[in-house]
Design a protein around this ligand. Structure first.
Ligand code: ADP
Ligand code: ZN
Length: 219
């Protein structure tokens, strides 16, 4: 099973993708996390992508597509995958479709998480992440038990350098210009499951799982 999670920055894609992947026993591939790890480690890939990420721009397609296709052949992907943050434009979507088609596979479902724009801005500006396990927190909505420390692993919490107000605006613009057209693309093939991303995290997870199960039962 291949499921894509689609939604604006701040829609809760990453949080929900991690939770739902665990519930459905699927691998979770988050391109943003993969890039951030590469930057932290200072790898060749990290050096290439750092400046794009800092500006809130998309990393070039060749780099991104190659990284994802390499990751998809790992053994943990055999039982299925949730793709989080990929594809992010039509070219990436088409490259993914044709790579899967070569193995007689296809995307099964696309979960599209919607949240009003003011709420996106509010969520992004209070966001903190664990440096070790990437667990997300929010200064007021979901603060850690001990300030600055991850509840799960004790890791240090930090704010993403691309969560500054100016870069957040740029990322939202990139999203509406390049990624939002994918909603139509996947809707046309009947794969789109639109889910309301407002409200409590656990409730949103339940909505997503219900939508996936419901659509699989119907098909
Ligand atoms: P968000 O969805 O909150 O903006 P991500 O963690 O998914 O954040 O991505 C952070 C950054 O990583 C993006 O702004 C972009 O620079 C880069 N990136 C992630 N996924 C892709 C992709 N599929 N194509 C190009 N760049 C990407
Ligand atoms: Zn942690």
């Amino acid at each position: 099973m291949y499921i894509i999670f689609l939604g604006a920055p701040g829609a809760g894609k990453g949080t929900q993708a991690a939770t739902v992947a665990q519930k459905l026993n699927l691998a979770h591939i988050a391109t943003g996390d993969l890039f951030r790890q590469a930057v932290e480690r200072g790898t060749e890939l990290g050096v290439k992508v750092k400046s794009y990420m800092e500006k809130g721009m998309l990393v070039p397609d060749e780099i991104t597509i190659q990284m994802v296709l390499e990751r998809l052949v790992a053994s943990d992907c055999e039982s299925g995958v949730i793709l989080d943050g990929f594809p992010r434009n039509l070219r990436q979507a088409k490259a993914l479709d044709s790579a899967l088609a070569q193995q007689a596979r296809a995307i099964d479902k696309v979960v599209y998480i919607t949240v009003p724009e003011e709420e996106l801005l509010r969520r992004l500006s209070g966001r903190w992440l664990c440096r070790q396990c990437q667990a997300p927190y929010h200064a007021t909505d979901s603060p850690p038990k001990v300030w600055g420390k991850c509840d799960h692993c004790g890791g240090e919490l930090y704010q993403r350098p691309d969560d500054t107000p100016q870069t957040v605006r740029e990322r939202l613009q990139v999203y509406f210009a390049k990624t939002a057209p994918l909603v139509d693309y996947y809707n046309q093939s009947g794969k789109l499951l639109e889910v309301d991303g407002a409200g409590e995290k656990a409730e949103v997870s339940r909505r997503i799982v219900r939508a996936i199960h419901g659509s699989l039962a119907a098909s």
